[in-house]
Each structure stands twice: as structure tokens, then as C-alpha cells.
Design a protein around this ligand. Structure first.
Ligand SMILES: [Zn+2]
Length: 236
């Protein structure tokens, strides 16, 4: 078994896709959209099913404002069936299936056993610009890591995060999200270079990477590896 995933679109077009993982996270996701909308930019939001269930209105605002949404699993853990569970929640609200899926923590093993992930219509999308915003507290460091990434070019897919892994609401709302302070300068900087900021549904994804099981399987939990082993895959 194998799967393909994409890290970028056509290099001969000046399109760049900003993607935001782990939301919805109201009101921060709304702030992200304000920044994008005020600059004529579109984004793609890879949401978690559990947060969509908790904040359905926040999720629906993403779709209503015309941004692109993708499936980023339900629990953000390496459980078999996690993409399928998320798709049921997301697709039910969206009224149609999602077309883009992002595996978390390089969790491609569970994709192999997900009908949703492996369906012909679904594109599994990674990124070629990874500023690791979740690990940076200084907005300027996020701006620099994005705009100065040597991989940044036409067709780039940039991975940012608008969500947080806190179940507790007070903790979630109190946790800093420096990406929000960085985002206006990131959008302005990209547009100043002539890039059009598009949703993944406006980008022709090319040159998929053929994924083969590798050492990154250690990201999967022991339970998942055991389950995959039982299914005949090779997770170890
Ligand atoms: Zn994630």
C-alpha cells in the first residue's frame, strides 16, 4: 500500500496558499479571517472534528466567508478512523465532503486505513514552508521564518496554526497566539512580492510525493502501530 501527498502547487504561477491548522478556535479564527478578508486573501483551514463539534458556528463562519476547509482528523491523535470520524462531523455541517486532508505529526499510517483519506477525490496536503509558529513566542520570528524561508516560491503551501490543544476554555483563551500578530505582516509581505494568496481549491497541486513507511512511523501510538501491524501494514 502507498499513498501520495502534496507539498506545493504549480511553480510557474504566483499563487501561495496560507493554511491554518487545529481550529476552529473562536474568536481567534475570526480574527484570522478579518486579517485575510481585509487584504483580499483567502486561506485554508484544516479543522479538527472535535472543535467543529464544539464550535459549529465558528466552523460555519469559515465556510460562509468563502475560505477553504480541510479535514485534519477528529482528535488530533493517531487513532484509526480519526479522519473518517472528523469527516462525518465536518461534511454534515458543510453539506459536502472535504477535498483536502492534512495528516498530523506525519501520521500517514492511519491515512492508509482511512476510506476518507484514501478516496480518489481527497488530496492529502502537507506544506513546503513550515515556520513552526506554534513553537515561537516572538511574532517577528514567525514573520522572518515565513518570508525568509528559502523554499518560499510560487506554489508554496505555508503551514500556520490558529488552534490550540486546550480543552479548558479559560486556558485556551488565555494562551498566547503570536501568529495573529505576525499574520498582517506575512500577508503584506507575500503580496508585496507579487504572490496571490489563494485557497487550496484555487491551486493546481503538482508533483506529489510517494510516501513509503519510514522512521516517522514512530509518531504513531503503540496502539495504532499494533493495530496496523494486525491489519497487515508495516508500522515498525
Ligand atoms: Zn495539527
Amino acid at each position: 500500500m502507498s499513498l501520495q501527498y502534496y507539498t506545493h502547487g504549480r511553480r510557474d504561477q504566483m499563487k501561495v496558499a496560507l493554511t491554518f491548522d487545529d481550529g476552529p478556535n473562536p474568536p481567534r479564527t475570526d480574527r484570522v479571517m478579518e486579517i485575510l478578508d481585509s487584504r483580499g486573501a483567502r486561506g485554508t483551514f484544516f479543522v479538527l472534528g472535535k472543535w467543529v463539534e464544539r464550535w459549529p458556528q465558528a466552523f460555519l463562519r469559515i465556510a460562509q466567508k468563502g475560505h477553504c476547509v480541510g479535514n485534519h482528523s477528529h482528535l488530533h491523535e493517531a487513532h484509526l478512523g480519526d479522519f473518517d470520524r472528523a469527516e462525518a462531523v465536518i461534511g454534515n455541517l458543510l453539506g459536502r465532503p472535504t477535498r483536502f486532508l492534512r495528516a498530523h505529526y506525519f501520521n500517514f499510517f492511519t491515512c492508509l486505513y482511512s476510506p476518507v483519506a484514501m478516496s480518489r477525490e481527497m488530496k492529502i496536503v502537507d506544506a513546503d514552508v513550515n515556520p513552526a509558529d506554534y513553537a515561537k513566542s516572538d511574532p517577528q520570528a514567525i514573520i522572518d521564518a515565513t518570508l525568509n524561508d528559502p523554499a518560499l516560491a510560487g506554489g508554496s503551501i505555508i503551514d500556520l496554526h490558529d488552534g490550540r490543544e486546550f480543552d479548558d476554555d479559560a486556558r485556551r483563551l488565555a494562551s498566547p497566539l503570536p501568529m495573529l500578530e505576525a499574520l498582517p505582516a506575512i500577508v503584506d509581505g507575500l503580496q508585496a512580492r507579487g504572490f496571490e494568496l489563494v485557497g487550496l481549491d484555487e491551486m493546481e497541486l503538482v508533483e506529489p510525493i510517494e510516501w513509503q513507511p519510514d522512521e516517522r512511523g514512530t509518531f504513531a501510538s503503540p496502539e495504532v502501530r499494533a493495530a496496523i501491524h494486525g491489519l497487515g501494514g508495516k508500522a515498525d
